[in-house]
Structures are given as structure tokens and as C-alpha cells.
Design a protein. Structure first.
Length: 274
């Protein structure tokens, strides 16, 4: 199914955040200011695109435990919220944003790698699926449901460890750290501890996604709160951003996992302070 990413509000926002992060790393202050102004103008408080972005994120960032039945009802209500926004007003705001990007930045922004693009595109397809056949509508809705109620991934074959021992360990780990660790920290530790079972493939995949997410979030927080943060806080946050960028040049080891663990804490605290 075709998807026009330039008419996907979540993609436009994430592409700008990615571009903002790159301008910070390159210390391109002029471009940084242009991007911040575009974000504030298009996604400011009470703007139509901000409202639509929040609807996208209600699906993309959903962390609630939902049954299949409740998820279907949730999607039905979410689609109502989407359709109740003035579609012409949204289209005009998107057009204005696209023109601002082309004029002040370049159309290369639309080629940025967006970490969560597959899910963003799936949700966008679902919102615009009214013109599709019944079968296609059901297929894309099932994809969206899989975002909200992801299937548990299981390994076909465990090496050097039996299922009972593994299950007992995971249950004990969750019981001990369920309340004291953030969800992404538990995922990091779990992937690290069990990395021997798949030669580290799961850990590498998680680390790549998590580092990309932290870079985007931290870069955006620094820029959107620059006047609020102290000079030392800004300086230290930028050092962390550089450290995250350097991770891709180094092999994954215990030291990197420990550093990423504490960076997760820092980014969460900065997010809560914003």
C-alpha cells in the first residue's frame, strides 16, 4: 500500500527532530535556529498539527496493557478523534510546513532516517485507509493492532540453557526490579544478560534503537529548553549527546551498557523537568 510520508504529521515531526539533532552535532547554530523556529511555529501549543501528532503518538507511544477487544475499541475512538480534526486545515498546515522545510532547509530533510518509520507509516496508512478495499483495511488495521498489542517474541532455540531455568531467571529478575527500574532499563539489562543465547543479536538490535531514540530525545530537549537549563546543564547534556554519537564506533561491552543505563536515567529526568 502506497504511503505519502510528506502528508504524515508524525513523520514530518520526527524528520525535523532528526535534522535538529544533526545540526547540534555539527554545531550549525544557524540551521539549528531555523529548525527550532519551524517546529515551534508548526507544532506550537493549540496548533492543528500538534493535535494530530498527539493522536499519532497515542498509538505509537502507547504503553498501556490492552486486551485485543479493548484495543479495537481504542482504535475506533482514535480514528474518530483523527477525523474530527479539520482535514482541510490539517492539509493546509502540512503544506505550509513542507514549503517552510523546502525553502529554509532542503528537501533532504524528507530523506532522513526515522527510527520508528515502519510503525509511523503503518499508522498513517491506517488513518487514510477509508478508500481501500475491505481486505486491505483489515490488513492494515491488524498491523496497527500489533503495535498496541505486540506479540511476545520467543526464540525457537535456546543455547546452553533450558527453558525452565531461563523462565525462572526472568521471573525472578522481573520480581526484583519491576518497581525500581524504568521499562527501558529493564529491557537493556534483560537483553544484556541473555545476550549469550543469540550471540548478542538481540542486544545489538536493542542498543541501536535505544541509542537512536536517546539521541533524538536529548537533542530536542536541549534545544527546546535552552533558555531554561543552566549553562552547566546544557554543557553536560551536550557531552552526553557526543558520547551517544561515539557509541556507534565502539563494540558493545559491559562499560557501554553501564553508561547507557545511566544516560537513560538522565534523559528521563530531563523529560520530566521539561
Amino acid at each position: 500500500m502506497k504511503h505519502n510520508k510528506k502528508r504524515n504529521t508524525a513523520f514530518l515531526y520526527e524528520s525535523l527532530i532528526k535534522e535538529l539533532t544533526m545540526s547540534i552535532i555539527k554545531v550549525d547554530n544557524q540551521r539549528k535556529s531555523l529548525i527550532i523556529n519551524i517546529i515551534k511555529e508548526s507544532f506550537g501549543k493549540n496548533s492543528i498539527l500538534k493535535k494530530e501528532l498527539e493522536i499519532y503518538n497515542s498509538i505509537l507511544e502507547n504503553k498501556d496493557s490492552m486486551t485485543q477487544e479493548f484495543s479495537s475499541k481504542f482504535l475506533k475512538e482514535t480514528r474518530k478523534d483523527f477525523n474530527n480534526l479539520g482535514r482541510k486545515e490539517v492539509f493546509n498546515a502540512q503544506t505550509k510546513l513542507i514549503e517552510a522545510i523546502n525553502k529554509n532547509l532542503s528537501n533532504s530533510v524528507f530523506a532522513n532516517f526515522v527510527q520508528n518509520y515502519k510503525n509511523i507509516a503503518t499508522v498513517g496508512q491506517w488513518f487514510s485507509s477509508d478508500s481501500l478495499s475491505a481486505k486491505s483495511r483489515l490488513l492494515v488495521e491488524n498491523k496497527v493492532l500489533s503495535i498496541i498489542v505486540p506479540k511476545t517474541k520467543t526464540s525457537d532455540k535456546m543455547i546452553h540453557i533450558d527453558n525452565l531455568t531461563y523462565r525462572t531467571f526472568v521471573d525472578k529478575f522481573n520480581e526484583t526490579y519491576d518497581k525500581s527500574l524504568r521499562e527501558n532499563q529493564k529491557l537493556l539489562l534483560t537483553n544484556y544478560i541473555t545476550s549469550f543465547s543469540d550471540n548478542g543479536l538481540g542486544l545489538k538490535s536493542f542498543m541501536n534503537e535505544e541509542i537512536g531514540r536517546l539521541k533524538s530525545v536529548l537533542g530536542a530537549l536541549i534545544q527546546l529548553n535552552e533558555s531554561k537549563y543552566s549553562n552547566s546543564k546544557i554543557t553536560n547534556s551536550r557531552k552526553v549527546l557526543i558520547k551517544l554519537n561515539e557509541f556507534k564506533k565502539s563494540p558493545i561491552d559491559e562499560k557501554m551498557v553501564k553508561q547507557l543505563f545511566f544516560i537513560q536515567d538522565l534523559v528521563e529526568e530531563l523529560s520530566n523537568d521539561s
